[in-house]
Ligand binder design. Structure first.
Ligand code: ADP
Length: 633
């Protein structure tokens, strides 16, 4: 009868292995483990079969019997340990996190079990056609198995909630059935029931928790739900964006029309300042969208440099004061004296975080005050900045607190209708703080005010940062010559207009090739504003070709709409002298013009080059142009 159980166990196991491995299935850690369970079960069933055959032959060598039976018992313990590991992985996420540690522990357990079983004595009993084994090795196997089954029971009972799900019933069934069968076999050792019972358990599991078809359908449903959710989020995003973008755009178009038809210069100037305000709002929205999409794609990296924190705080204060404008708000600023002069970190992120929090404080406070407090605690090389932005504004309801940092989520929408916003600011702020391993907390009393507190670590730098000169408002650069290279005529027009007040001589080029030809023809400039994203030849390529000539010293500024965090450093690495983002910030343009033209920074030493060098330069340039023309063909 026993051999019948063993053979039926092998058949079931073989069948499951064949069906399971021939099917397409979801690849997951859980299914891999199940795969191991059924393979090990098949090996065990065959081992058991071999044991029965060898032990029933009276003349078979004792050593062979010992080895085979002990191997079989090692299999029993091994399979149970694998099953315990499987149960741990599927019942609790926490165990999943410590997979590696668990693997080590279970392997050690298995090795201890295998060694103990291998060295303990065993007896083989043949009474008529009844064959079984006993002795210390067998009893130890029962003991180990009992401990493992008990551990499984503890794990399952501690995660009873998950087990309530019907599909986990086979695991519970295994425990109950396993205990009964093991006790039965203990009393009747000639009945070889354990392996066949294991085969039945994996068979039941195949039709329940490990069914590849069901798993595939579940995975497909999950993917469908996720895709639908993403689609819904995208639609919501588009409709909210369309509204947010249209509002300032409407103002820009409307006021521009008014400027065109304005009766007086005064009137036109007033409308123009509204156009600027609306454009800045639009820019903020676009930057917010770019930031959040970069963060979500995991493409936003920290750009760490030395920076002067007090200077940055000063800039922010100036900006926020401008935002407060006519609002009856007191702006209290308290910056601790002991904050180190130069820090090392991502100052652009710090700036963004502070601007977001302070802009919100100003937006959502009608009267009273907005305060900025910056303190620090220094330890060795690290300076922990404690930033607090407090206001006496409308406050946030307790039930809305959890929505604050969710993107595109604005709270109190009905009260917010007149306040511009996308619901992105705090989501970006939180992500940026977390990127810098800091944290952000909020305290708020509805109707009384809010306080946002941020703590971030920055390294204290020993570097000295050159004091930048105060930027003058009006500079006359008569006699200086600037080349603007941009494929878009409208962009050229904007730069020309912005440069008008400086009295500079302007030349334009609408492509990289035109720029190269101008320089090749011997024209000289004091500054080149070079757009990067041009068709046919990018600005970076133009610069590379210009720099082939070692005598090329004209300050070349990257003029680009590629304005994400870290781009400035990238362009400077590529050889540009500086970087000007589109839309052009007037103050930034002013800074660049002063830096490179007013202080005679321009070291256009073309004249210094010897004739021979000049000829070489021209030849190289011609060569480059030829190569380019050929490529184009
Ligand atoms: P936005 O300001 O663009 O709507 P945010 O993500 O910056 O988006 O803020 C989300 C919401 O949190 C805002 O809509 C506003 O209702 C609320 N909120 C943020 N800061 C404050 C604050 N200082 N006081 C009151 N409410 C605030």
């Amino acid at each position: 009868m026993s051999i019948g159980f063993v053979v039926s166990g092998i058949c079931i196991s073989l069948l499951i292995n064949m069906v399971y491995f021939s099917k397409d299935k979801i690849r997951s850690y859980e299914t891999t483990l199940y795969g191991y369970l059924i393979i090990v079960n098949l090996i065990g069933s065959m081992l058991e079969f071999a044991c029965v055959i060898v032990c029933s032959i009276d003349t078979s060598p004792l050593l062979l019997r010992d080895i085979l039976v002990k191997e079989y018992m090692v299999f029993l313990v091994g399979w149970l340990i694998l099953f315990l590991y499987y149960v741990l992985i599927i019942t609790c996420e926490t165990y999943n996190k410590f997979r590696k540690k668990l693997q080590k522990i279970t392997t050690i357990l298995f090795v201890i079990g295998a060694i103990t079983i291998s060295i303990l004595p065993i007896e083989h009993i043949n009474i008529g056609d009844v064959v079984y084994s006993s002795g210390l090795a067998v009893n130890t196997t029962y003991l180990f198995s009992g401990i493992i089954v008990l551990s499984m029971l503890v794990v399952m009972l501690t995660h009873i909630k998950k087990l309530r799900s019907k599909k986990y019933l086979p695991l519970l069934a295994f425990l109950i059935l396993g205990t009964i069968v093991s006790l039965w076999q203990f009393i009747h050792p000639e009945l070889l029931l354990i392996t066949v019972m294991e085969s039945y358990v994996i068979l039941v599991m195949y039709f329940t928790i490990e069914n590849p078809d069901v798993k595939m359908i579940n995975a497909l449903n999950l993917a469908k739900d996720t895709a639908e959710k993403a689609n819904r989020a995208k639609s919501d995003f588009l409709s909210s964006m369309s509204h947010e973008i249209r509002t300032p755009l409407n103002a820009i178009v409307g006021f521009s029309e008014c400027i065109k038809n304005a009766d007086s210069l005064e009137e036109a100037k007033e409308d123009a300042s509204d156009v600027i305000t609306a454009s800045n709002t639009l820019l903020e929205i676009v930057n917010g969208i770019l930031d959040i999409s970069k963060i979500e794609a995991g493409k936003l990296e920290l750009v760490e440099t030395d920076y002067n924190i007090k200077k940055i705080l000063k800039e922010i204060v100036r900006l926020i004061e401008a935002r407060i404008g006519d609002k009856q708000l007191e702006f209290k600023v308290n910056i601790a004296e002991d904050i180190p002069e130069v820090l090392y970190g991502d100052h652009a992120n710090i700036k963004k975080i502070l601007i977001n929090l302070l802009t919100n404080a100003v937006k959502y406070t009608d009267e009273g005050y907005v305060s900025l407090d910056v303190k620090c605690v220094k330890k060795n090389e690290i300076c922990r900045l404690f930033i607090s932005v407090k206001d006496s504004g409308r406050g946030i309801k307790q039930e809305d607190m959890s929505k604050l940092f969710t993107k595109f989520q604005r709270v109190e929408e009905d009260r917010n209708t007149t306040i511009e916003g996308t619901g992105l600011g705090l989501a970006i702020t939180k992500q940026l703080v977390e990127m810098m391993n800091g944290n952000i907390v909020v305290n708020s009393q509805y109707g009384e005010g809010s306080e946002f507190k941020v703590a971030v670590d920055q390294r204290i730098s020993k570097a000295k940062i050159e004091k930048e000169e105060e930027i003058e408002e009006e500079v006359d650069l008569t006699g200086k010559k600037i080349l603007i290279v941009d494929d878009n005529q409208l962009n050229i027009k904007v730069v020309e207009k912005l440069l008008k007040q400086y009295n500079v001589e302007i030349e334009t080029a609408e492509s990289g090739m035109e720029c190269l030809e101008k320089i090749k023809s011997g024209k000289e400039y004091d500054l080149i504003l070079l757009d990067d994203m041009m068709p046919k030849m990018r600005g970076t390529e133009v610069l590379r070709r210009l720099k082939v000539n070692p005598g090329y010293k004209t300050p070349t500024i990257a003029l680009t709409a590629n304005a994400i965090n870290g781009m400035k450093e990238q362009y400077i690495k590529e050889g540009f002298d500086d970087y000007l983002a589109k839309p052009i910030d007037k103050q930034e343009l002013n800074r660049i013009l002063i830096k490179y033209l007013k202080n005679n920074h321009s070291t256009n030493t073309n004249e210094d080059i010897s004739n021979e060098q000049a000829i070489n330069k021209a030849l190289k340039l011609l060569e480059n142009i030829d190569v380019y023309n050929k490529n184009k063909e």
